[in-house]
Ligand binder design. Structure first.
Ligand SMILES: C[S@@+](CC[C@H](N)C(=O)[O-])C[C@H]1O[C@@H](n2cnc3c(N)ncnc32)[C@H](O)[C@@H]1O
Length: 304
């Protein structure tokens, strides 16, 4: 198992031999940005601290990645590499594996509780979105909703490579063809896709975990085509002055340690509103008491 480190070399090395065919199949519909695949990033591979097969993986994968000349500058490559390391320092393999396993086994009751909201939100995609990017796709609990969307192809961005096998399984179980799902080992803050390249972005329980919420929202706006939509469901800080908020304040530092950077006290609805999507945002609040200290949620649609 590879140790997680978020250099472009690791992004490339996660694209293994068996994935090349999937990438080739999807390259007509999705352009992966050149700034993560430059000569500079290749030359840095030999310095990779884990010393595993990243250079070989990159050399094998590179010819199959669609490259756009507009992203050919070496300086963007070094910005991406530094950003990735700074924004999400490497975590041990065992931690990422354990977190992925917990998400896969421990979210059943949450998913049951939130299911009606998700169903309504995903209806917004039917007939309007075929290329969809999900940020922080995790183990893929949303695939059952994608399967109702005709001709959908899903790109899932996640920095935890251990999520991929779970997400792939969820996609298959939901009836998606394997070529209709591409896992991208990357951050929401630095999405390796062209501007205006997707019809919709989906995010569920992810803005609590990203390091830079504003930057992630700017990336969402950048990759959405004009008229594209962003649908979201996020747990958020409870109202100021409530007992629940006090509990969240106390538990927040621990939550960040045990739940891979998840914050309990984020005002995510305010961030989405302040991101000023071109067509505005419809942001709803709901409290789901059975969800205990993550009971306060926002959900809705933002229009690019
Ligand atoms: C609480 S889990 C939610 C997963 C999934 N969206 C769901 O609804 O179950 C948060 C996910 O966000 C991912 N994540 C953490 N930091 C991220 C970042 N900076 N950009 C994108 N995803 C991130 C984690 O690896 C994890 O898969």
């Amino acid at each position: 198992m590879a140790i997680l480190h978020l250099s472009p070399s690791s992004l490339i090395s996660t694209i293994t031999h068996s994935q090349r065919r999937r990438i080739r199949a999807s390259r007509d519909s999705v352009k992966i940005r050149k700034d993560l695949i430059t000569t500079e990033s290749v030359s840095s591979l030999s310095l990779c601290p884990c010393g595993r097969r990243h250079l070989l993986g990159s050399m094998i994968s590179m010819p199959f990645l669609p490259i756009s000349s507009s992203y050919a500058s070496g300086s963007s490559a070094s910005i991406s590499m530094n950003d990735l390391k700074r924004l999400r320092p490497p975590k041990p393999d065992w931690y990422e594996e354990l977190f992925a396993w917990c998400m896969n086994t421990g979210m059943e009751s949450y998913e049951a509780e939130i299911s009606d909201y998700k169903m309504k939100l995903f209806e917004n995609l039917v007939g309007k979105a075929e290329k969809v990017l999900e940020i922080g796709i995790g183990t893929g609990p949303n695939f059952k909703y994608y399967s109702t969307i005709p001709n959908v192809s899903v790109l899932g961005v996640d920095p935890n490579a251990k999520m991929e096998s779970y997400a792939r399984r969820s996609a298959v179980e939901a009836g998606l063809k394997s070529q209709d799902f591409t896992f991208i080992h990357a951050l929401g803050e630095s999405i390796p896709l062209e501007d205006a390249s997707v019809d919709a972005v989906v995010g569920t329980l992810v803005l609590c975990s990203v390091t830079d919420v504003t930057r992630t929202l700017n990336e969402i706006k950048r990759i959405l085509r004009p008229g594209g939509i962003y649908i979201f469901i996020e747990h958020v800080a409870a109202e100021d002055g409530t007992v629940l908020r006090l509990v969240q304040n106390v538990l927040d530092p621990l939550q960040q340690v045990v739940a891979d950077g998840c914050h309990l006290t984020r005002h995510t609805g305010d961030y989405i509103s302040e991101a000023r999507f071109n067509g505005g945002a419809d942001i709803n609040k709901v409290s789901l008491p059975s969800l205990a200290y993550i009971s306060s949620h926002v959900y809705g649609v933002a229009y690019n």
